[in-house]
Design a protein around this ligand. Sequence first.
Ligand SMILES: Nc1nc2c(ncn2[C@@H]2O[C@H](COP(=O)(O)OP(=O)(O)OP(=O)(O)O)[C@@H](O)[C@H]2O)c(=O)[nH]1
Ligand SMILES: [Mg+2]
Length: 281
Amino acid sequence: MIFLLLPAFNEEASLPVLLPKLDKFLKEENTGFQIVVCNDGSRDRTLELLEEYKKTMPIVVLNHVINRGLGETARDLFEYAAWNSKEGDVIVRMDCDDTHEPQFIKTMIQKLSEGYDVVIASRFQPGGGQHGVSGYRAFISSCANLFMKCMFPLKGIREYSCGYRAYTARIIKNAVEAYGNNFIQLKGLGFTGTLEKLVKLKMIGAKFSEVPFVLRYDQKQSASKMVSSITTIGYFVMAFIYHWPFGGWRRSYKHLARKYNEAHAPSEGTTGSAVVSVDTE
Ligand SMILES: Nc1nc2c(ncn2[C@@H]2O[C@H](COP(=O)(O)OP(=O)(O)OP(=O)(O)O)[C@@H](O)[C@H]2O)c(=O)[nH]1
Ligand SMILES: [Mg+2]
Protein backbone atom coordinates (compact mmCIF):
# COMPACT_ATOMS: atom_id res chain seq x y z
CA MET A 1 0.00 0.00 0.00
CA ILE A 2 1.22 3.51 -0.81
CA PHE A 3 0.29 6.48 1.36
CA LEU A 4 0.42 9.76 -0.58
CA LEU A 5 0.81 12.70 1.77
CA LEU A 6 -0.20 16.10 0.44
CA PRO A 7 0.01 19.34 2.43
CA ALA A 8 -2.45 21.84 0.95
CA PHE A 9 -2.73 25.53 1.55
CA ASN A 10 -4.84 27.51 -0.91
CA GLU A 11 -4.45 24.99 -3.72
CA GLU A 12 -7.84 25.35 -5.43
CA ALA A 13 -6.18 25.96 -8.78
CA SER A 14 -3.84 22.96 -8.68
CA LEU A 15 -5.90 20.21 -7.03
CA PRO A 16 -8.28 19.69 -10.00
CA VAL A 17 -5.22 19.07 -12.17
CA LEU A 18 -3.12 17.04 -9.74
CA LEU A 19 -5.66 14.75 -8.07
CA PRO A 20 -7.17 13.15 -11.23
CA LYS A 21 -3.64 12.74 -12.63
CA LEU A 22 -2.47 11.07 -9.44
CA ASP A 23 -5.53 8.82 -9.27
CA LYS A 24 -5.08 7.74 -12.90
CA PHE A 25 -1.37 7.05 -12.46
CA LEU A 26 -1.83 4.96 -9.32
CA LYS A 27 -4.72 2.99 -10.78
CA GLU A 28 -2.64 2.20 -13.87
CA GLU A 29 0.15 1.02 -11.60
CA ASN A 30 -2.38 -1.35 -10.07
CA THR A 31 -1.16 -0.46 -6.61
CA GLY A 32 -3.21 -0.13 -3.46
CA PHE A 33 -3.06 3.48 -2.36
CA GLN A 34 -4.45 6.01 0.07
CA ILE A 35 -4.21 9.75 -0.53
CA VAL A 36 -4.03 11.81 2.67
CA VAL A 37 -4.42 15.57 2.27
CA CYS A 38 -4.05 18.04 5.10
CA ASN A 39 -5.92 21.23 4.37
CA ASP A 40 -4.14 23.85 6.41
CA GLY A 41 -6.74 26.54 6.98
CA SER A 42 -7.04 27.39 3.28
CA ARG A 43 -9.03 30.50 2.57
CA ASP A 44 -10.06 29.39 -0.91
CA ARG A 45 -12.14 26.38 -2.09
CA THR A 46 -9.48 23.75 -1.26
CA LEU A 47 -11.60 22.05 1.43
CA GLU A 48 -14.77 22.04 -0.67
CA LEU A 49 -12.88 20.52 -3.59
CA LEU A 50 -11.39 17.82 -1.38
CA GLU A 51 -14.83 16.89 -0.04
CA GLU A 52 -15.98 16.54 -3.66
CA TYR A 53 -12.99 14.39 -4.76
CA LYS A 54 -13.41 12.18 -1.69
CA LYS A 55 -16.57 10.78 -3.27
CA THR A 56 -14.65 9.20 -6.14
CA MET A 57 -11.10 8.73 -4.88
CA PRO A 58 -9.53 7.12 -1.79
CA ILE A 59 -8.84 10.40 -0.02
CA VAL A 60 -8.63 11.08 3.71
CA VAL A 61 -8.82 14.76 4.62
CA LEU A 62 -7.17 16.14 7.73
CA ASN A 63 -8.33 19.66 8.41
CA HIS A 64 -6.80 22.59 10.26
CA VAL A 65 -9.32 25.35 10.77
CA ILE A 66 -6.48 27.85 11.22
CA ASN A 67 -3.38 27.99 9.02
CA ARG A 68 -0.57 26.40 11.06
CA GLY A 69 2.24 26.22 8.52
CA LEU A 70 3.99 23.41 6.72
CA GLY A 71 5.83 22.08 9.80
CA GLU A 72 2.68 21.26 11.78
CA THR A 73 0.94 20.02 8.67
CA ALA A 74 3.75 17.63 7.79
CA ARG A 75 3.81 16.45 11.41
CA ASP A 76 0.11 15.56 11.24
CA LEU A 77 0.46 13.84 7.86
CA PHE A 78 3.43 11.74 8.91
CA GLU A 79 1.84 10.82 12.23
CA TYR A 80 -1.31 9.74 10.40
CA ALA A 81 0.74 7.58 8.07
CA ALA A 82 2.83 6.14 10.91
CA TRP A 83 -0.28 4.99 12.78
CA ASN A 84 -2.23 3.72 9.79
CA SER A 85 0.45 1.96 7.74
CA LYS A 86 2.00 -1.46 7.99
CA GLU A 87 5.78 -2.02 8.10
CA GLY A 88 6.00 -3.02 4.41
CA ASP A 89 4.05 0.01 3.15
CA VAL A 90 5.48 3.04 1.40
CA ILE A 91 4.90 6.69 2.26
CA VAL A 92 5.29 9.33 -0.46
CA ARG A 93 5.13 13.05 0.30
CA MET A 94 4.59 15.45 -2.57
CA ASP A 95 3.53 19.06 -3.09
CA CYS A 96 -0.01 19.94 -4.12
CA ASP A 97 1.02 22.66 -6.55
CA ASP A 98 1.31 20.34 -9.58
CA THR A 99 5.07 20.82 -9.87
CA HIS A 100 5.69 17.18 -8.83
CA GLU A 101 4.66 14.77 -11.58
CA PRO A 102 3.35 11.40 -10.27
CA GLN A 103 5.51 9.36 -12.71
CA PHE A 104 8.52 9.67 -10.38
CA ILE A 105 6.73 7.66 -7.70
CA LYS A 106 7.52 4.55 -9.71
CA THR A 107 11.30 5.05 -9.83
CA MET A 108 11.39 6.12 -6.20
CA ILE A 109 9.63 2.92 -5.09
CA GLN A 110 11.89 0.80 -7.28
CA LYS A 111 14.87 2.41 -5.60
CA LEU A 112 13.40 1.86 -2.11
CA SER A 113 13.15 -1.84 -2.87
CA GLU A 114 16.95 -1.93 -3.34
CA GLY A 115 17.16 -1.50 0.42
CA TYR A 116 16.94 2.24 1.06
CA ASP A 117 14.75 3.87 3.69
CA VAL A 118 14.39 7.25 1.99
CA VAL A 119 14.50 8.05 -1.74
CA ILE A 120 14.58 11.69 -2.79
CA ALA A 121 13.34 13.04 -6.12
CA SER A 122 16.40 15.07 -7.07
CA ARG A 123 16.83 17.88 -9.57
CA PHE A 124 20.57 17.48 -9.26
CA GLN A 125 20.99 13.88 -10.46
CA PRO A 126 21.91 13.29 -14.13
CA GLY A 127 18.63 13.40 -16.07
CA GLY A 128 17.00 15.67 -13.49
CA GLY A 129 16.33 19.38 -13.78
CA GLN A 130 13.76 22.13 -13.47
CA HIS A 131 11.48 23.86 -15.95
CA GLY A 132 10.21 27.39 -15.45
CA VAL A 133 12.47 28.34 -12.55
CA SER A 134 14.05 31.78 -12.81
CA GLY A 135 17.85 32.00 -12.85
CA TYR A 136 17.79 33.89 -9.55
CA ARG A 137 15.67 31.27 -7.81
CA ALA A 138 17.74 28.42 -9.22
CA PHE A 139 20.88 30.13 -7.90
CA ILE A 140 19.37 30.62 -4.41
CA SER A 141 18.20 27.02 -4.35
CA SER A 142 21.67 25.73 -5.35
CA CYS A 143 23.30 27.86 -2.62
CA ALA A 144 20.82 26.59 -0.02
CA ASN A 145 21.49 22.99 -1.05
CA LEU A 146 25.24 23.54 -0.91
CA PHE A 147 24.91 25.03 2.59
CA MET A 148 22.86 22.04 3.74
CA LYS A 149 25.28 19.59 2.17
CA CYS A 150 28.19 21.20 4.06
CA MET A 151 26.32 21.33 7.36
CA PHE A 152 24.55 17.96 7.19
CA PRO A 153 26.44 15.75 4.74
CA LEU A 154 24.48 12.72 3.60
CA LYS A 155 26.34 10.31 1.38
CA GLY A 156 25.14 10.44 -2.23
CA ILE A 157 22.55 13.17 -1.55
CA ARG A 158 22.46 16.46 -3.43
CA GLU A 159 18.81 17.45 -3.03
CA TYR A 160 17.97 18.61 0.50
CA SER A 161 15.13 21.06 0.00
CA CYS A 162 12.66 19.25 -2.27
CA GLY A 163 9.84 17.66 -0.31
CA TYR A 164 9.08 15.03 -2.98
CA ARG A 165 10.36 11.84 -1.36
CA ALA A 166 9.46 8.21 -0.73
CA TYR A 167 9.99 6.64 2.68
CA THR A 168 9.51 3.14 3.99
CA ALA A 169 6.67 3.09 6.49
CA ARG A 170 9.07 1.26 8.78
CA ILE A 171 11.50 4.21 9.05
CA ILE A 172 8.66 6.70 9.62
CA LYS A 173 7.15 4.50 12.33
CA ASN A 174 10.58 4.31 13.97
CA ALA A 175 11.05 8.08 13.73
CA VAL A 176 7.65 8.87 15.23
CA GLU A 177 8.27 6.35 18.01
CA ALA A 178 11.79 7.69 18.65
CA TYR A 179 11.19 11.44 18.50
CA GLY A 180 7.44 11.80 19.13
CA ASN A 181 6.42 15.41 18.56
CA ASN A 182 10.09 16.31 18.05
CA PHE A 183 10.43 14.43 14.76
CA ILE A 184 9.67 17.85 13.29
CA GLN A 185 10.78 20.14 16.08
CA LEU A 186 11.28 23.40 14.16
CA LYS A 187 7.64 23.72 13.20
CA GLY A 188 7.44 27.48 13.21
CA LEU A 189 10.39 28.06 10.89
CA GLY A 190 8.88 27.91 7.43
CA PHE A 191 9.95 24.93 5.36
CA THR A 192 12.89 24.00 7.63
CA GLY A 193 11.11 20.80 8.65
CA THR A 194 11.76 19.36 5.18
CA LEU A 195 15.49 19.37 5.97
CA GLU A 196 14.98 18.44 9.61
CA LYS A 197 13.28 15.17 8.66
CA LEU A 198 16.36 14.06 6.72
CA VAL A 199 18.68 14.91 9.61
CA LYS A 200 16.49 13.20 12.21
CA LEU A 201 16.12 10.09 10.02
CA LYS A 202 19.88 9.96 9.49
CA MET A 203 20.36 9.99 13.26
CA ILE A 204 18.32 6.78 13.58
CA GLY A 205 20.30 5.04 10.85
CA ALA A 206 18.22 5.66 7.70
CA LYS A 207 19.81 4.88 4.32
CA PHE A 208 19.27 7.46 1.59
CA SER A 209 19.29 7.52 -2.17
CA GLU A 210 18.11 9.76 -5.00
CA VAL A 211 16.44 9.37 -8.38
CA PRO A 212 16.49 12.01 -11.14
CA PHE A 213 13.47 14.30 -11.13
CA VAL A 214 12.32 17.23 -13.24
CA LEU A 215 10.57 19.98 -11.26
CA ARG A 216 7.70 21.36 -13.37
CA TYR A 217 7.62 24.89 -11.98
CA ASP A 218 6.16 25.97 -15.32
CA GLN A 219 2.94 24.13 -14.31
CA LYS A 220 2.61 25.96 -10.99
CA GLN A 221 -0.70 27.78 -10.76
CA SER A 222 -0.89 28.71 -7.10
CA ALA A 223 1.21 31.43 -5.52
CA SER A 224 4.42 30.38 -3.79
CA LYS A 225 3.97 29.94 -0.03
CA MET A 226 7.64 29.63 0.72
CA VAL A 227 8.72 32.47 3.02
CA SER A 228 12.40 32.27 2.14
CA SER A 229 13.61 34.61 4.89
CA ILE A 230 12.06 32.49 7.67
CA THR A 231 13.22 29.25 6.07
CA THR A 232 16.76 30.62 5.72
CA ILE A 233 16.78 31.61 9.39
CA GLY A 234 15.49 28.11 10.13
CA TYR A 235 18.43 26.48 8.32
CA PHE A 236 20.88 28.54 10.38
CA VAL A 237 19.03 27.78 13.62
CA MET A 238 19.13 24.10 12.82
CA ALA A 239 22.82 24.12 11.92
CA PHE A 240 23.41 25.80 15.28
CA ILE A 241 21.36 23.55 17.54
CA TYR A 242 22.61 20.44 15.76
CA HIS A 243 26.01 21.12 17.32
CA TRP A 244 25.43 23.49 20.26
CA PRO A 245 25.20 23.72 23.22
CA PHE A 246 27.24 20.79 24.50
CA GLY A 247 26.97 18.70 21.36
CA GLY A 248 23.38 19.81 20.58
CA TRP A 249 21.03 17.29 18.94
CA ARG A 250 23.92 15.01 18.14
CA ARG A 251 24.47 14.48 21.84
CA SER A 252 20.90 14.60 23.09
CA TYR A 253 19.73 12.04 20.53
CA LYS A 254 22.78 9.81 20.80
CA HIS A 255 20.92 7.17 22.79
CA LEU A 256 18.25 6.95 20.08
CA ALA A 257 20.89 6.65 17.39
CA ARG A 258 22.48 3.79 19.29
CA LYS A 259 19.18 2.02 19.90
CA TYR A 260 17.96 2.18 16.29
CA ASN A 261 21.33 1.65 14.64
CA GLU A 262 21.82 -1.49 16.72
CA ALA A 263 18.31 -2.68 15.92
CA HIS A 264 19.01 -2.28 12.19
CA ALA A 265 22.53 -3.61 12.15
CA PRO A 266 22.88 -6.22 9.42
CA SER A 267 22.72 -9.73 10.72
CA GLU A 268 24.99 -12.28 9.08
CA GLY A 269 24.01 -13.24 5.55
CA THR A 270 21.72 -10.24 5.00
CA THR A 271 22.23 -6.81 3.51
CA GLY A 272 20.71 -5.22 6.61
CA SER A 273 18.13 -3.43 4.52
CA ALA A 274 14.41 -3.78 4.60
CA VAL A 275 12.97 -4.91 1.31
CA VAL A 276 9.87 -2.96 0.52
CA SER A 277 6.82 -4.87 -0.52
CA VAL A 278 3.99 -2.96 -2.07
CA ASP A 279 0.66 -4.77 -1.94
CA THR A 280 -1.08 -4.89 -5.23
CA GLU A 281 -4.80 -5.10 -5.58
N1 LIG B 1 -0.22 22.96 5.23
C1 LIG B 1 0.45 23.93 4.68
N2 LIG B 1 0.91 23.65 3.53
C2 LIG B 1 1.58 24.61 2.97
C3 LIG B 1 1.79 25.85 3.55
N3 LIG B 1 2.50 26.53 2.74
C4 LIG B 1 2.71 25.72 1.69
N4 LIG B 1 2.12 24.58 1.83
C5 LIG B 1 2.04 23.43 0.94
O1 LIG B 1 3.33 22.87 0.90
C6 LIG B 1 3.64 22.55 -0.42
C7 LIG B 1 4.86 23.35 -0.81
O2 LIG B 1 4.53 24.72 -0.93
P1 LIG B 1 5.03 25.55 -2.16
O3 LIG B 1 4.41 26.90 -2.15
O4 LIG B 1 4.84 24.72 -3.39
O5 LIG B 1 6.58 25.71 -1.83
P2 LIG B 1 7.88 25.25 -2.61
O6 LIG B 1 7.58 24.12 -3.53
O7 LIG B 1 8.97 25.04 -1.63
O8 LIG B 1 8.27 26.52 -3.37
P3 LIG B 1 7.43 27.13 -4.54
O9 LIG B 1 6.97 25.99 -5.39
O10 LIG B 1 8.29 28.12 -5.17
O11 LIG B 1 6.28 27.82 -3.90
C8 LIG B 1 2.41 22.84 -1.26
O12 LIG B 1 1.68 21.64 -1.40
C9 LIG B 1 1.64 23.86 -0.43
O13 LIG B 1 0.26 23.80 -0.61
C10 LIG B 1 1.23 26.11 4.81
O14 LIG B 1 1.31 27.17 5.41
N5 LIG B 1 0.56 25.09 5.32
MG1 LIG C 1 6.11 23.64 -4.70
